[in-house]
Design a binder for this molecule. Sequence first.
Ligand code: ADP
Ligand code: MG
Length: 435
Amino acid sequence: MLAEKLLLQLLIVLAPVLLCNALTDYKKKWNSPIICGSMHSQAAIACMIFSYSNYGLIWDLRYAPLILAVLYAGPAGGGMVIASIIGARIMMGGGSVHYAILGCLLTSIVPYLLRTRFWNASSNRRVQFTLLSGVWSLILCYLTLLTYHYLNGNTFKLFINIPDLLLFALIYTASLMLAAKLYEGLIEKNRMKEEILKAEKLNTLSELAASIAHEVRNPLTVVKGFLQLMQQDEKGKNYEYFGLVLSELGRAEAIISDYLNFAKPKFEKLEEFALKDILKEIVTLLEPYAVKQGVQLESELDTSDFCLYTDRNQLKQALVNLVKNAIEATSEEGVVTIHTRSDQTHASVLITDNGKGMTPEQLSRIGTLFYTTKDKGTGLGTSVSLRIIETIKGKVFYQSETGLGTTVTIVLPAGKKEELVSSIINEEPTVVKIM
Ligand code: ADP
Ligand code: MG
């Protein structure tokens, strides 16, 4: 009988959470603290109505809605449940009303105290906090019971069946855990909905930005051409200004090209080529830049003929950006090494520098569009590289320590013509893992 009544109450405790879950899909205001609070109040009163009386005691789960309301619906919602429980208890009457009121107020102390930490905690911790409040209320119930019994002239000894007590504790804890898990599911669902909306907005924005960038690039090229012509005829003091204007125009063009490449990498000419050839070209290309920065650029390429099938220039661009970053992060007399490892299916390119490295916070932001720590940086290089490598189904891993340097590992799949062509045409995004 006790089990039946308690199971019925467990459903009553879960009802508000299920209702909130169903109704928030319909309208956001159903999620408000007052509505949640009033639903939990009704659940608490229903628990008291469907309670089970035995040993001269009332067995019900009224404190479960109270704890859930304080933690999940907020202080106002919690206050509503407290007021409802006290009001209902006074109306029911009986000799131990003041004990019930005291029990209710004491029970709410722990969830109220946990509230600030509750919302800063992770999902699992929040479930644990709910259970902790439940354990506190169980201890409190038991102590109130013993005190009441003692003050009525009995001794401090257990007068209730242990299995009944255990059953009560079990169903009470289960009701709290299930309700907390359902609430967490609801929170996660809402969070994901918001993220999807945000991603949709961002997508529209980036498409808009890409089309504007594309339109701006054409007049820029025309202006640059005419300025170059005018510079040839200029002999006076304006000559040096032309140089400055042209270099800034070049910078603007480079930023626009990088952004467009990021927004939609174009794989125009697909061809088969050996990885070591492209790496040799990159070393030759960046050698003068490294010398200018006072950095030694070394390469240890394995001798295998690992082949790739993709747009050679895009891959080159991706690797050049990463090697350039390594050179820029390294101070004079530092060393940047490129080495490769390969097997039948994959090749890894490791770009190692002994430069300034990155903090975990910087590392978590790398690859974010426009993130840069350089005065004249654009924050586009890494994003473009990651996007290109992602499109050819490669992966990038970062390992970095401040003051010691950084290692970027690029894992590339062997080029099978059919697979890569279809991946580029479908442009399926693969997750680029960064650590
Ligand atoms: P930019 O080079 O224009 O700043 P990137 O997207 O190429 O933009 O790089 C973003 C930021 O990531 C850099 O400003 C730098 O702080 C950091 N970074 C990238 N690679 C390295 C590296 N190898 N070592 C240290 N920091 C790096
Ligand atoms: Mg860069």
